[in-house]
Ligand binder design. Structure first.
Ligand SMILES: NC(=O)c1ccc[n+]([C@@H]2O[C@H](COP(=O)([O-])OP(=O)(O)OC[C@H]3O[C@@H](n4cnc5c(N)ncnc54)[C@H](OP(=O)(O)O)[C@@H]3O)[C@@H](O)[C@H]2O)c1
Length: 266
């Protein structure tokens, strides 16, 4: 499947995951984000929903993640004592099993193991992910929760470059402008999460725009993100919001975009 314009996220849904993912697929979402991290995601329930939907696999974009030990609870998808490449293999195999598929569209490293730079462990993980990509078992690779130096280091030294960066997108940081600009230069696609939850204070300030385009303020945020080249993630649990998040075929003016870009810049 081609690169999606919006992704349905499946974190924190626990027992409701299967029903919500099925609802999202029925509403029209075709890209799903999950992780083999039972602490925050129920990847097996995502797989059940995907299978139940009966949507042909090639019409779906399935994205999942490798999560290092530090991000997991006791429900590990790999042997805690195995080396990093083995953990990646075991986690990836388990993801295929959970998602009831033979390939992944996008496989992300959930995050570097430290806030500064990339460690030897991160590189061992990435190298194994590269092998999986070269075996054509995932179409794309990516990384999440990164700062500028980490993306730069990864891009410069990796054999298989990341197609995606997935980050929390704060309006106060110019909607992650430093990283987005770097991504643009390197043709890396930026996926943004917490667009609403990290920026709820923005909503009252875009009411006049919402009134002009006859949409909700949340739709204005997502449309703004898209026009900025961001692929938004939405994890809504509300069927009306699902429909709204797929009804983003309107345009914000250059002035409106410029106003929103700097709305909370520090
Ligand atoms: N890589 C990472 O480390 C990481 C971290 C966090 C998230 N993620 C991914 O990003 C996904 C989205 O997470 P998120 O943090 O952006 O927040 P989210 O879980 O999507 O939460 C959005 C919140 O905004 C509310 N909302 C109101 N109107 C909405 C609308 N029209 N559309 C959507 N939500 C609306 C939702 O309530 P209702 O449910 O009532 O609509 C919900 O409380 C996750 O499920 C996960 O896949 C990744």
């Amino acid at each position: 499947m081609t690169i999606p314009t919006i992704i349905y996220g499946t974190a924190w849904k626990e027992d409701a995951t299967e029903d919500l993912v099925l609802e999202a697929l029925k509403t029209g979402f075709r890209a799903i984000d999950t992780a083999n991290q039972r602490r925050h995601y129920n990847e097996a329930a995502v797989g059940k929903a995907v299978t139940k939907s009966a949507i042909p696999r090639e019409q779906l974009f399935l994205q999942t993640k490798f999560t290092s030990l530090g991000g997991q609870d006791h429900r590990l998808p790999y042997d805690a004592h195995a080396d990093h490449p083995t953990q990646v293999r075991q986690s990836f195999q388990s993801s295929l099993h959970h998602l009831q598929t033979t390939y992944i569209d996008s496989y992300l490293l959930h995050g570097p193991s430290t806030p500064v730079g990339l460690t030897a462990a991160d590189w061992h993980v990435w190298k194994e992910m590269e092998k999986i990509q070269q075996e054509k078992r995932t179409h794309h690779l990516g990384i999440s929760n990164v700062n500028l130096k980490q993306v730069q280091e990864l891009y410069e030294k990796a054999l298989v470059k990341p197609t995606f960066v997935q980050n929390r997108c704060y309006a106060q940081l110019g909607w992650d402008i430093e990283i987005r600009e770097y991504c643009n230069k390197k043709s890396i696609i930026y996926q943004g999460f917490s667009l609403l939850t990290a920026n709820s204070f923005v909503l009252p300030h875009v009411q006049h725009i919402a009134a002009r385009v006859k949409k909700t303020t949340t739709q204005v945020i997502f449309r703004f993100a898209m026009q900025m080249g961001i692929v938004p993630l939405t994890g809504t649990t509300n069927p009306t919001h699902m429909k709204e998040d797929l009804a983003l075929d309107f345009n914000l003016s250059n002035e409106e975009i410029a106003f929103m870009e700097n709305i909370a810049r520090e």
